[in-house]
Design a protein around this ligand. Structure first.
Ligand SMILES: [Cu+2]
Length: 666
């Protein structure tokens, strides 16, 4: 059952605390948070400057090396690349895209001397690493950033092991290539046995300047969405559903000014998907000897793309998630969100070639590589799976078709009778129209005593135990993911032009493999990983029950391309305050139709998957569209930490600073 993992070993644990992320800052003027935002735009303006022409003259192959030891010299600089037939300038570390793989050793101290050879501010953040706040590399939150031409020396103790990565936390530099892998070898023997290993780093490349891309999204969020349904689709709908129903479905989506195919806001139209910096045409190659256990360390370093990974012909055994060992889970397919990592073991037994296939979750393209016993062999590349369509559950309207399930859309009536679900064809005939417009005022009645002015910040955590508005908190390890303490409320700040949807009946996202994967078991017999499968390989360290619950809503207005938390963008938000040492539960509610991978810096996000004794620890957690998820956090890292959606173009708005202090004193 668990062929690759030694179990029952006793292990010493390191102190628990994970890592961070964010954007740019100008060194002078304003108070910190404002400065941060100003800095972001200034830095963006600078990166939009024409690149030095000389760089476009000569191309050199990109090659990624592994460097190990205790002292690392890393140079951030431009480099010419060519992924599409047109030379472009990338931002790289040591002239690699990805940058070099850094190999650290648990228990040792590393020094990373990072030199910024760009004409503007830069930074490197060590994603998933537990370290002091001033080493976290987030300009404007944990340090000032690395000015042009200067060297910043990071130094910290390595207190964990596993697969992680690093990337710029300045502007949109990450989109242009500033990322690489980190492998931390364990101090004690690795519980995962393997004969060979590869980093498989997935990313999305665009020939466009990210600033231009962002500007286009701001202007028209559908810009890159060429999957709009056509007249032919309508004809098909008519054949399948009848004229009346097909028309109603269309009309609903039109009224909502949304498209069912709005699965990703930036797509394969502009992106070339890379595997270890190699295009799908060329294909990355990894060699094995038949009979070997091969460890693949998947890292999603994309700016905006979630990947669905499979290797036709090979079972994968998931042994680690976000660098942390988990009880092995055999799967055929898994989704890796932006910033997540998964380690899998594959055991090809004979001379053969296999395609490592990573299709974008919106099916606008794929990254691919080949695992082969013979460099001359290549395997067939599978066709992409059908493009999924958004359904009512993705809007937080619940899977139940009863009339009591409701979500509300600003300025628009929602017809609850029409469930448009590509993956599970519905019989529409039974559903009765019951259009209703929601009255926002009634929602505030759930929170009668919630007065923002008194609380000193609209965003502040609500402590249910004090307000007496809800039942006792769910038990650690189960929490809101299993229905307890799960009262969903929308704050006043969620009612405004920046928010175009609120989920009132969100489903729990724990068992959801994600839109586009939900029917793969049924259709293709593929076992798809879900978060519910994850159990820590080792016992839970902090066994306390949470003392309070913090409910945060991921919000946005797709048409305006505005993203926020609780309706409040980062620039206008107060920090989220945590008391040093406290154990809290975070309940995230996704009031949008997109999956958001949410990354907390500095502390682990302990996902409540139903076993209090073996709670898995992650640094990045997908919140499915219109869904909730809950996890526990032990606030064991003093200081200021970033907390945000890791989709790069959502980050400027969908972000908070988390402040861990003792009695409000840092
Ligand atoms: Cu997001």
């Amino acid at each position: 059952m668990f062929p690759t993992v030694k179990t029952g070993r006793k292990r010493r644990f390191y102190s628990q605390t994970p890592a961070i992320e964010s954007t740019d800052v100008l060194p002078e003027g304003g108070h910190a948070r404002r400065r941060f935002v100003l800095g972001a735009s200034s830095a963006l303006a600078l990166t939009a400057m024409p690149f030095p022409r000389s760089l476009l003259a000569a191309a050199a192959p990109t090659d990624t090396k592994t460097i190990s030891g205790n002292v690392f010299d890393l140079d951030i600089d431009y480099k010419q690349v060519n992924f599409t037939g047109r030379p472009r300038v990338a931002t790289t570390v040591n002239q690699g895209l990805p940058g070099p793989t850094l190999r650290w050793k648990e228990g040792e101290r590393v020094t990373l001397r990072v030199t910024n050879r760009l004409p503007h501010l830069s930074s490197i953040h060590w994603h998933g690493a537990i370290l002091p706040e001033d080493m976290d590399g987030v300009p404007g939150v944990s340090f000032a950033g690395i000015p042009a031409g200067e060297t910043f020396e990071y130094q910290f103790d390595v207190v964990q092991n596993g697969t992680y990565w690093y990337h710029s936390h300045s502007g949109f530099q990450e989109q242009t290539g500033l990322y690489g892998a980190i492998i931390i070898d364990p101090k004690e023997p690795d519980p995962v046995l393997y004969d060979r290993e590869y980093v498989v780093m997935l990313s999305d490349w665009t020939d466009e300047e990210p600033e231009n891309l962002y500007a286009k999204l701001k202007k028209a969020s559908h810009y890159y969405n060429f999957n709009e349904r056509t007249a032919g689709d309508l004809w098909q709908d008519v054949k399948e559903k009848g004229v009346v129903q097909a028309w109603k479905d269309r009309a609903m989506w039109n009224r909502m000014r949304m498209s069912q195919t709005d699965l990703a806001d930036v797509t394969g139209y502009t992106y070339t998907f890379l595997m270890n910096g190699v295009t799908p045409d060329e294909g990355w190659t990894g060699i094995f000897q038949p009979g070997e256990k091969v460890r693949l360390r998947f890292i999603n370093a994309a700016a905006m793309t979630l990947f669905d990974v499979r290797i036709p012909g090979l079972k994968m055994t998931v042994v680690a998630a976000d660098g942390q060992n988990v009880r092995p889970v055999p799967v055929d397919e898994f989704r890796v969100a932006v910033a997540e990592t998964y380690d899998v073991i594959v055991e090809p037994v004979e001379e053969a070639a296999f395609t490592v296939f990573a299709q974008a979750s919106d099916r606008s393209g794929y990254a691919r590589g080949t695992l082969t016993s013979d460099p001359g062999l290549e395997a067939a590349v599978p066709a992409m799976d059908p493009r999924p369509l958004l359904g009512h559950e993705d809007m937080g309207m619940g899977a139940d078709h009863g009339g009591h399930d409701m979500a509300e859309m600003d300025d628009m009536a929602v017809d609850h009778s029409q469930h448009v679900t590509a993956e599970q064809p519905m019989d529409h005939s039974q559903h009765v129209m019951n259009e209703q417009l929601m009255d926002h005022s009634q929602h505030m009645m759930n929170e009668p005593q919630f007065d923002h002015s008194q609380h000193g910040g609209a965003d502040r955590a609500i402590d249910h135990s004090q307000h007496g508005t809800t039942s006792s908190l769910g038990k650690a390890g189960f929490g809101s993911n299993f229905g307890a303490g799960n009262e969903i409320y929308h704050r006043e700040s969620e009612f405004g032009p920046g928010v175009d949807m609120r989920a009132d009946s969100p489903q729990n996202g724990l068992h959801d493999p994600g839109l586009g994967l939900r029917d793969h078991d049924r259709l293709y017999g593929r076992r798809v990983l879900t978060y519910a499968d994850l159990r820590n390989l080792y016992p839970t360290i902090d066994r306390r029950e949470p003392s309070r619950e913090i409910q945060l809503h991921l919000t946005g207005n797709m048409n305006r391309y505005m993203w926020s938390i609780n309706g409040i963008p980062f620039a206008d938000a107060q920090p989220l305050e945590l008391e040093f040492g406290e154990r809290v539960r975070v309940v995230l509610v996704n009031d949008t139709m997109m999956a958001h991978p949410i990354h907390l810096h500095g502390m682990w996000s302990e996902l409540e998957t139903g076993d209090p004794d073996y709670i898995p620890r992650k640094h990045t957690i997908i919140v499915q569209p219109g869904s909730t998820i809950s996890y526990l956090v032990t606030a064991d890292a003093m200081g200021r930490w970033a907390y945000h959606c890791h989709l790069l173009y959502h980050m400027p708005g969908m972000m908070r600073e988390v402040r861990v202090s003792r009695g409000g004193q840092s």
